[in-house]
Ligand binder design. Structure first.
Ligand SMILES: Nc1ncnc2c1ncn2[C@@H]1O[C@H](COP(=O)(O)OP(=O)(O)OP(=O)(O)O)[C@@H](O)[C@H]1O
Length: 350
């Protein structure tokens, strides 16, 4: 294993490399497709160029274990084919190594692939692998668990917790949308205390999202609009509408900011950047990391800069910014030298 400090640090796609073989970790129950047909297609595209060592996940042997075993066998390229759960588990084994990760998305949301511009069709994803372009991205940990995408506190976590396996099988992505509509009808605001560097920031919110990278459809992560996957920061979006109508308007606004790349200016949405942070809420809130509920607040999140080498199509990074003003019950306290004289607080505009 290579230390993360030895990994090349870059913001752009780089390096074209061809491989002789790859380990394919295949989740046969991911998404709603036909796994036999999917596998045949993958083999027909990749095998003429790449010797595939294929391993299936099962209830007993998960993607993390298979990835660990592939590393021990000396694999240089591991292809994760499944939903975000499979990709996350494989990526965790590869963090801070020099083994390359490729993704053939076959899940319900495929948020990680979409975030990095990896095609969500098998043909396109395989072509990315054959093209051999890699990008070094950052990853993160939330309460010690690997986090490629984001941690959602409150609204997002409740939404995902409600969209269970059987509703995802029946409805696909609609399961998440219906669950979100349900949640918006019953908004529950909570007090939040976010501690970063030498600052404590307190506010009320209905959702707090800490994102390494997120697709445009993860609207609660879109405060800064341009999430940069290969910097040293995590982007926090604070979602604080107080009525259902405002929440719908704010959600729609965030979707627009994601697609236009323009950061939000609404008073009920804030965003900031952290290298690491502790977030606590009153009352405690559910926390979801990369689509799986991991427990409740408090959480400690920390970026692991430049820690994963992944195969991607060409893409570009963009400069991020911060915005907190206008959030309800906002206070910011400086912890430098225990001197709180730099504190400020702000009442929301009605
Ligand atoms: N052979 C198998 N039989 C039953 N469950 C499996 C099998 N292989 C993996 N799993 C389970 O699949 C889950 C991971 O699913 P994954 O995220 O890849 O797909 P998904 O749930 O369809 O996608 P998404 O996360 O986008 O909804 C893990 O909980 C894992 O335990």
């Amino acid at each position: 294993m290579m230390s993360k400090n030895n990994l090349p640090e870059t913001e752009k796609a780089q390096e074209t490399r061809k491989y002789a073989s790859a380990c394919l970790i295949f989740n046969p129950v991911a998404g709603r497709g036909n796994p036999e047909r999917d596998l045949e297609l993958i083999e027909s595209i990749l095998e003429p160029k790449l010797e595939l060592d294929i391993h299936f996940t099962s209830e007993e042997i998960g993607a993390a274990q298979l990835a660990g075993e592939a590393l021990e066998r000396g694999a240089k390229l591991i292809i994760a084919s499944g939903g975000d759960g499979t990709v996350s588990a494989v990526a965790d084994a590869l963090i801070s190594s020099n083994v390359h990760l490729a993704v053939i998305p076959r899940g319900t949301a495929n948020a990680f692939a979409v975030s990095l511009g990896i095609p969500t069709n098998i043909q396109g994803a395989c072509e990315v692998i054959l093209a051999g372009i890699t990008r070094v991205i950052s990853t993160a940990r939330c309460n010690g668990k690997p986090m490629l995408l984001l941690a959602g506190i409150g609204l997002e976590a409740e939404t995902i917790a409600q969209a269970d396996r059987s509703s995802k099988n029946r409805l696909g992505i609609l399961a998440y949308i219906l669950s979100a509509i349900n949640q918006l009808q019953d908004l529950k605001s909570f007090e939040t205390r976010l501690e970063r560097d030498e600052e404590v920031i307190s506010f009320s919110a209905v959702g707090v999202t800490v994102a390494n990278v997120a697709p445009p459809t993860s609207i609660l992560a879109q405060g800064p609009a341009n999430l940069v996957p290969d910097d040293e920061f995590l982007d926090v979006t604070i979602f604080a509408p107080v009525t259902m109508l405002n929440a719908i308007a704010a959600s729609y606004h965030l979707l627009q900011t994601a697609f236009t790349g323009t950061p939000t200016e609404r008073n009920d949405i804030g965003y900031l950047r952290v290298k690491k942070a502790t977030i606590d809420t009153d009352p405690p809130q559910k926390v979801v990391v990369d689509g799986e509920v991991i427990g409740t607040t408090p959480v400690f999140v920390e970026a692991i800069p430049h820690s994963l080498i992944i195969m991607v199509p060409e893409s570009q990074a963009a400069a991020p910014v911060e915005k907190l003003n206008g959030l309800p019950d906002l206070t910011v306290e400086s912890m430098k030298d225990n001197n709180l004289s730099n504190s400020y607080s702000e009442s929301p505009e009605s």
